[in-house]
Design a binder for this molecule. Structure first.
Ligand SMILES: C[S@@+](CC[C@H](N)C(=O)[O-])C[C@H]1O[C@@H](n2cnc3c(N)ncnc32)[C@H](O)[C@@H]1O
Length: 330
């Protein structure tokens, strides 16, 4: 049977016509049932959360989050100097973006490589309907067994961007990507570290923003979504068998403290993005997994916002870009 975990966007046939009940009809029918259920969002804390595999991911998927994701993507592009990837790609034919979100990256890749087939997957159907012809979005759970089919094997490039809160077992995800790449294919992960630092002096652990990251890390661990793995990705790539593994660490200022115009702009944009994200990042994780009430969460966020706005700490978040190649001979 077709994997009922996925729904391929696109026409599913005219259902008002009398139909012969064939196996193909059954599969199409199942796809439509899935299509309806993936939009039956869970509502809590005044937000909506994904319906497919409900409860797997603790960050909302509503309009606020969609706009925040688009803004976050724009900032990422600025600090990556408009590069969509750092791997040395040459004319990739098959590209997969796991946990594509609003699909902005996938759309730009599909435009950049019109001869490639690009797939973007996510738990939430928050991607646009009008997309380049060589791009397909699919609802799929990356923690589950990945899809079958030609598009999912011998892949040239697999990409993850800002998926830090999504995975139960990072090493397994990286190993799975390894098996799906063609020899010579590249895996790239672009992920923020869930902590802050400063080059001036260590940031005290009672700094409210740092404490918020500690709480987020604890809640995520309890939710089986470890977020403290990002500095270890490079080693995980090597352990999975990747070669030519590179790690580039960028520093994103958490507010407009830098003097230079470019970094000041990035810092201000990042601060706004963090401010927009704070309630959504906190509610489900802190309430469900740390037992903190929403009122208590709101009160603590007052202090987090103040600490985040403090320019004296000259704090930044590290952003890791790790990429590696599957060897020609395995
Ligand atoms: C912070 S967003 C990043 C989205 C996109 N990569 C970007 O940078 O704009 C994380 C995404 O991971 C998706 N996600 C979470 N858990 C997932 C899972 N198990 N399988 C597939 N996608 C998942 C969420 O629905 C969300 O869209």
């Amino acid at each position: 049977m077709a994997k009922d975990a996925s729904f391929h966007f696109g026409p599913s046939g005219n259902t008002s016509e009398p139909v012969e009940f064939t196996f193909e009809y059954y599969l199409d029918h199942r796809a439509r049932i899935d299509a309806e259920s993936i939009f039956a969002y869970h509502e809590e804390y005044g937000r909506t959360y994904h319906a497919y595999r409900s409860g797997s991911y603790h960050i909302p998927n509503d309009q606020n989050e969609v706009e925040r994701l688009d803004a976050q993507y724009e900032i990422t592009k600025i600090f990556l100097d408009d590069r969509l990837y750092l791997s040395p790609l040459s004319e990739p034919r098959k590209i997969i973006d796991i946990a594509t979100g609003t699909g902005r990256w996938a759309m730009e890749m599909a435009d950049k490589f019109p001869h490639a087939q690009v797939i973007g997957t996510d738990l939430s159907p928050i991607q646009p309907v009008l997309v380049p012809p060589n791009l397909q979005f699919e609802i799929d759970d990356g923690n589950d067994e990945w899809q079958q089919g030609d598009d999912w094997y011998d892949v040239d490039y697999i990409h993850f961007l800002s998926t830090v809160a999504a995975w139960s077992d990072w090493q397994r995800i990286i190993r799975t990507a390894f098996t799906r790449l063609r020899p010579g294919g590249w895996l790239e992960m672009q992920e923020p570290e869930c902590d802050i630092a400063s080059d001036d002096a260590p940031i005290p652990s009672d700094n409210a923003f740092r404490q918020w990251f500690f709480d987020l890390t604890e809640a995520s661990a309890r939710a089986h979504r470890p977020i403290d793995v990002i500095p270890h990705l490079k080693q995980m790539f090597i352990d999975a068998g990747f070669v030519d593994v590179h790690e580039k660490v960028l520093k994103i200022p958490i507010n407009g403290w830098p003097r230079g115009r470019r970094l000041k702009k990035i810092g201000k944009m990042w601060q706004q993005c963090l401010l927009d994200g704070l309630p959504g990042f906190s509610y489900a994780l802190f309430n469900r997994w740390l037992g903190v009430s929403t009122d208590q969460i709101e009160i603590s966020l007052v202090h987090v916002r103040k600490a985040m706005a403090d320019k004296r700490t000259r704090a930044y978040q590290r952003f890791y870009v790790v990429y590696g190649r599957k060897p020609e001979r395995v």
